[in-house]
Design a protein around this ligand. Structure first.
Ligand code: SAH
Length: 346
């Protein structure tokens, strides 16, 4: 068990069993959520207690394996090695409204989207709550930049690791911890309908982001296998229920893939489908992945697509691509690193 995955009341329970006064639990919680690497940094704790904790609950912080900083926009990408040797990526982006980390929720992914590097090697395992928290904490510690926003858009499908992600949200949101507001958190999903309903019941103030990428089942089936389990009608119905339950407008991601989903006709069909559902669209020119034949749309077709949605009343942003010089799109760095190491092993 890792202490950092425990909520403050749970930690209080553990300290009670250890025969420790309650204020110690809060001290330790605060230290852990500052991103200390060892109990020895907890200078207001008696040495004996530090030793007990070290022995029973080692901290095991992730190690930086690669750190790449974009010369263009200051984006920093981290590849971390976790305590079991697996690697995940985190990206720090510097927006005008605050420093934002994009974190991974799984090692690999089992969703199989045709354009995505994260899923190429399949799912290895799900991340523990503290492994998600550590990405935020140690990115902040390493960069020296205060983190105010989080997006769950790195490697993995957050709703495929539901309970651990919910616990992570509780931890990172806690006033005694990082105290990051739910309104500063976005969770992105490829469309696991049942889990979207489960999330709706929690009525969190976060932004739900749906990776839609297609106006109909024919196209979506081709690029996103999840669509065969939950066709687009079911997905958008779940979005309507989500909006009814939370009153939170949903954000939709749409990766623009040349000749696949980027025609004016596709835009018009999308507009029709979205009727009556308050939405915001993010158009993302596809990030080319080496192993895939899919290519990004031209700037002109992205602009034309945007205009059709906007004219139809849907606010639509073309996502600025950050970190284009450092393999910043999800899964690329981990993939490269694993491939290189495999070659070295041979
Ligand atoms: N599994 C979740 C979150 C991780 S992916 C999801 O599917 O939403 C984060 C976003 O990046 C998703 O919208 C995903 O579809 C998109 N994405 C993945 N590979 C991409 C690529 N090569 N170019 C552009 N967007 C990509």
């Amino acid at each position: 068990m890792n202490l950092k995955s425990q909520t403050l009341p749970e930690l209080a329970g553990i300290f009670k069993e250890l025969g420790q006064p309650q204020f110690r639990a809060k001290q330790v919680y605060t230290w852990l959520h500052k991103g200390v690497r060892s109990y020895d940094e907890m200078t207001n704790l008696p040495k004996a207690l530090r030793e007990t904790l070290e022995e029973r609950y080692p901290i095991c912080p992730p190690k930086v394996v690669r750190r790449q900083e974009s010369q263009r926009d200051g984006t920093i990408k981290y590849l971390w090695r976790l305590s079991d040797g697996n690697c995940v990526e985190t990206v720090l982006m510097r927006y005008h409204y605050g420093n934002t980390v994009c974190i991974s929720t799984e090692v690999g992914c089992r969703m199989g989207c045709a354009f995505c590097a994260s899923t190429l090697g399949g799912l290895v395992r799900r991340l523990e709550p503290q492994e998600m928290l550590d990405q935020v904490l140690f990115t902040q510690v390493d960069s020296g930049l205060p983190i105010s926003h989080i997006v769950l858009m790195g490697i993995g499908e957050p709703l495929d690791n539901f309970d651990n992600v919910m616990r992570f949200l509780e931890l990172v949101n806690s006033p005694e911890g990082m105290n990051i507001s739910m309104r500063h958190i976005s969770l992105s999903t490829c469309g696991l309908v049942r889990k979207i309903d489960e999330l709706a019941q929690k009525k969190l103030q976060l932004t739900l982001s749906i990776s839609l990428h297609a106006p109909n089942n024919e196209i979506r089936n081709r690029i996103m296998p999840v669509n065969k389990a939950y066709p687009i009608e079911q997905l958008l119905d779940a979005c309507r229920r989500y909006y009814q339950a939370t009153s939170r407008r949903i954000s939709f991601e749409y990766a623009m893939i040349r000749g696949v989903n980027d025609s004016p006709e596709n835009a018009r069909e999308l507009l029709e489908r979205m009727k009556g559902l308050p939405a915001h669209f993010n158009l993302i020119p596809l990030n080319h992945v080496e192993e895939s034949p899919l290519q990004p749309s031209t700037r002109a077709s992205v602009a034309a697509f945007q205009k059709i949605l906007e004219d139809g009343g849907i606010p639509t942003t073309v996502r600025r691509t950050l970190g284009g010089d450092i393999d910043a799109s999800c899964g690329q760095l981990r993939r490269k690193y694993t491939q290189e190491n495999k070659r070295e092993d041979r």
